[in-house]
Design a protein around this ligand. Structure first.
Ligand SMILES: Cc1cc2nc3c(=O)[nH]c(=O)nc-3n(C[C@H](O)[C@H](O)[C@H](O)COP(=O)(O)OP(=O)(O)OC[C@H]3O[C@@H](n4cnc5c(N)ncnc54)[C@H](O)[C@@H]3O)c2cc1C
Length: 308
């Protein structure tokens, strides 16, 4: 892994740096580039704005590695609130939610996390939308995939996420590329050891293409989460090769990243979903976005030291 990337990912767990970022004069405006806001209102506003441009959304109430059951409950309540609002405002057809199991208690108690995820899925079904279970670091992959299998016994539409940087992922794709299965394919955002993950970008990209082929060939609904222009065009070409009609798969990108490309793909007739993070706990999320792209770091540091 690039040393700068490792350094930024280490800063993601550092409370002193977090405090400095949270109290810096311009931090909020920088955060706003990647995070829709802290409230349900802000999240719903972002969904409406995207829908006006023909873009779907997946809302992520920020939080991870929740340390106690009460905090996990607050996160569940935030999801239930936003689902109600999406339904009430006629936006459930435009937005689903993405949930991290560690946010709803995975590290405290896997049964608690599963129950909490159940409650969110039940609410989503009532509101007429879906849930995707985000994938976190490799120590949680097995637990996340077994929770997913459990949730899918009741709600087959629950979305999975697989990361092409993991060596195991081609096998996981083979298991999940089945009819009715919604699978998001991304490169992966965590610092992982070489025993479990490919180290070179090229190997991660090749793995992405192999997994994309398997998903397109299979009977499920693939969701290609990447901003990488080369991968977007390879996937579009492979989709045509496999006879996939538009709407039989989708592209996904993050809020604030390549927004022009998001709109362009939608105008061309592709289904595009934007992952929209919101909530108070934006720090870990922001650090991962900075680690992905040193150019973002320069932009961010300038804002951090600015007094105006
Ligand atoms: C919808 C969605 C959901 C995701 N869910 C998960 C998940 O559940 N688990 C997980 O581990 N990871 C998740 N990720 C993150 C993902 O794993 C990658 O870390 C992230 O998408 C960057 O990889 P990339 O494919 O965009 O390619 P990269 O190789 O990182 O980037 C390719 C190009 O995209 C542009 N770009 C990429 N990142 C940025 C940026 N931050 N700012 C500006 N431009 C940029 C640049 O032009 C860059 O050259 C998700 C990503 C998306 C889009």
């Amino acid at each position: 892994m690039h040393p700068l990337r490792s350094l930024i990912l280490a800063a993601a767990g550092n409370e002193t740096i977090q405090h400095a970022v949270a109290t810096a004069p311009l931090a909020r405006s920088v955060v706003q580039r990647f995070v829709a806001g802290v409230t349900t209102d802000a999240a719903v506003r972002a969904v409406r704005g995207l829908a006006d441009d023909g873009l779907h959304a997946s809302l992520d109430y920020l939080g991870e590695d929740t340390g106690d059951a009460a905090a996990a409950e607050r996160i569940v309540q935030a999801y239930l609130n936003v689902l109600d609002r999406l339904h009430a405002e006629g936006l459930a057809g435009w937005a689903e939610v993405s949930v991290k199991l560690s946010a709803v208690g995975l590290r405290l108690d896997p049964v608690l996390a599963l129950n909490n995820a159940y409650r969110i899925c039940a609410a989503a079904e009532q509101c007429g939308t879906t849930v995707t279970i985000d994938m976190e670091d490799h120590t949680t992959t097995d637990a996340t995939l077994s929770a997913l299998a459990e949730l899918r016994r009741t709600w087959p539409w629950v979305g999975a996420v697989l990361q092409s940087y993991l060596r195991r992922t081609e096998n996981d794709v083979a298991a999940l590329a089945v009819p009715g299965s919604r699978v998001r394919l991304c490169k992966g955002a965590y610092a992982e050891p070489p025993e479990v993950a490919f180290e070179g970008r090229h190997d991660v990209d090749l793995s992405y293409v192999r997994c994309a082929n398997a998903l397109l060939e299979g009977g499920g609904y693939p969701m290609f989460a990447t901003h990488d222009p080369r991968l977007v065009s390879v996937v579009a070409e492979r989709a045509r090769w496999f006879g996939r009609k538009r709407g039989g798969y989708e592209f996904q990108m993050l809020y604030g990243i390549r927004p022009d490309e998001q709109r362009k793909l939608a105008e061309e007739g592709e289904t595009v979903r934007v992952y929209v993070p919101y909530g108070e706990q934006w720090y870990g999320y922001l650090m991962r976005r900075l680690a992905e792209r040193p150019a973002n770091l320069a932009f961010f540091l300038r804002a951090l030291v600015s007094r105006s």
